[in-house]
Design a protein around this ligand. Structure first.
Ligand code: ADP
Length: 245
């Protein structure tokens, strides 16, 4: 449930961290930072700091989980005990189990799973520091890690949330806005196929507000997608330069 009645937008229309309603937090993306993983990526989105690592495709273990017609994507979203102000138990919470599932479901449509029967890939998303919107930031980093692992994809997946605080629709909510605001709508998008792979809503919006929030989240996704492409290009330009030396 959302708590209301704390001022989140000042008289100038700016948010607590000085952002305009339609402004993203600063985003930093890096690809290929864990040499022992098949693919990896790191994202900073505002104060969020998240690592994504992929292993596979490899033979599925335990074998009874293998599917004869496709690859299985296993996903573990986990928040480190030190990722929030009060120590979080390292054991997986119900929230983490649910987020692991929605992240997996948002990524599977982008992967040619049918080309790799009986195999599995493991995706680990480790939240080192959390400040609202970690599922979205985790999806954005995970798609890069899967791409870096060389797993054929139909498209990248990029995610961003929009929501409502103080009667205003805002983009990319941080933790306080998420908790005190009245609604949060996380969205994941395959930007070239223009297909939404995740759409959730926590809180209450009327149909017009929902449409505005969805459109704003999609705009945010498209901006982050450009950064995703840059991060991938940077990784491969750097590799090419090393090869040429
Ligand atoms: P998301 O991170 O995708 O927005 P939620 O809406 O469930 O997912 O969580 C919002 C934020 O609440 C998180 O990003 C994090 O900053 C904070 N949070 C989540 N779990 C805890 C926890 N156990 N202790 C303190 N803060 C938490």
């Amino acid at each position: 449930m959302k708590k209301k009645n704390k001022k989140l937008i000042d008289k100038k229309g700016l948010r607590m961290d000085g952002r305009k309603p339609d402004e993203l937090r600063s985003v930093k993306l890096e690809v290929g930072i864990l040499p022992n993983a098949d693919g990896s990526a790191y994202i900073e989105m505002g104060k969020n700091k998240i690592l994504a690592a992929v292993y596979g495709p490899k033979e599925m273990h335990p074998k009874h989980l293998a599917r004869s017609d496709r690859m299985v994507l296993r996903c573990r979203y986990h928040m480190a005990p030190f990722s929030v102000q009060e120590r979080k138990s390292p054991a997986p919470s119900r929230r983490e189990v649910e987020i692991s599932k929605v992240i997996r479901d948002s990524l599977v449509p982008a992967i040619f799973v049918e080309n790799y029967p009986r195999t599995g890939i493991d995706l680990f998303i480790e939240v080192l520091q959390a400040d609202g919107g970690t599922r979205c930031a985790g999806i954005t980093a995970a798609a890069l890690a899967i791409a870096e692992a060389g797993i054929p994809m139909r498209d990248l997946v990029v995610a961003c949330a929009a929501g409502k605080v103080d009667e205003t629709i805002v983009l990319d909510l941080m933790d306080t806005e998420d908790k005190v605001g009245s609604a949060d709508v996380p969205v994941a998008l395959m930007p070239n196929l223009n297909a939404i792979t995740l759409l959730q809503m926590d809180g209450i919006l009327n149909p017009d507000e929902f449409e505005e929030a969805l459109n704003l989240a999609l705009k945010g996704c498209k901006k982050i997608y450009e950064m995703q492409r840059e991060a991938l290009k940077t990784k491969y330009v750097n590799l090419k330069e090393v090869e040429e030396q």
